[in-house]
Ligand binder design. Structure first.
Ligand code: ADP
Ligand code: MG
Length: 215
């Protein structure tokens, strides 16, 4: 019996000579090229205002580059339609904004489960998954609270739970440990490492040298 080599698929993000400027602004991103692999946690670091968040928005297909190309698993993203990009964002990406951006009118649990509605997942299964994630990040006891009743660090971890609901191939997080104490920061970094070990491509922006040294 012959054995065919097993091709392990790894999510891959390739950036080629990308430039970006906001309307009427000087260039924020100039000639950026890099490759991000599944299985790795990569930290983007640099002083405030250098363009970390902007680069994450580009990598997460929220901004369109002014020139250059970003490939996802070999596919050029600049020629994708807005709806195709939205589909990628919903199914392949988990994005965590720096300021959590939770819906204040809904409970923590509903916020975590929000994206699964777009993916037509069963409610009972997403509820189970949401609780598993909230347990992992130590915020399950806040499930029925509103975002106005929790701390900034809890909000940040709840946004992380929401982003991880679909086991995304690409996890992109903007200063995800900014509001966290050292223990909780370790929980979050361990979570990134375990997702990367499971094959995800994790990219974070941070100016914390301890976090950088662990990426
Ligand atoms: P960082 O995350 O490294 O602090 P940002 O990517 O947020 O940096 O910002 C990079 C530069 O782009 C800054 O000079 C900032 O003022 C500018 N900038 C960010 N967002 C906008 C925007 N929406 N419109 C215009 N300029 C912006
Ligand atoms: Mg930023």
């Amino acid at each position: 019996m012959s054995h065919l080599p097993i091709q392990v698929h790894r999510p891959l993000l390739t950036v080629e000579n990308v430039n970006f400027s906001y309307p009427n602004q000087v260039k924020v991103i100039t000639g950026f090229s890099d490759t991000f692999f599944g299985g790795k946690v990569t930290a983007l670091t640099g002083p405030s205002g250098c363009g970390k968040s902007t680069l994450l928005y580009l990598l997460g297909l929220m901004h369109r580059q002014s020139s250059g190309e970003i490939f996802i698993d070999g596919r050029p993203t600049s020629s994708m339609s807005d709806s195709e990009r939205a589909m990628y964002r919903a199914n392949k990406f988990g994005f965590v904004f720096q300021d959590a951006v939770l819906d204040p009118s809904r409970s923590v649990l509903e916020n975590v489960m929000e994206t699964s509605l777009y993916r037509n997942e069963s409610r009972s299964r997403s509820r189970l998954k949401a609780y598993e994630l909230m347990e992992e990040f130590g915020v399950a006891s806040r499930a029925s609270h509103r975002p106005g009743q929790i701390s900034g660090g809890q909000a940040q971890r709840i946004a992380l739970c929401r982003a991880l609901m679909a086991d995304p191939a690409f996890i992109i997080a903007d200063e995800p440990t900014g509001n966290l104490d050292p223990n909780t920061r370790n929980v979050v970094l361990d979570a990134f490492r375990s997702r990367a070990d499971a094959g995800s491509c994790v990219i974070i922006a941070t100016h914390d040298p301890d976090v950088v040294s662990r990426c």
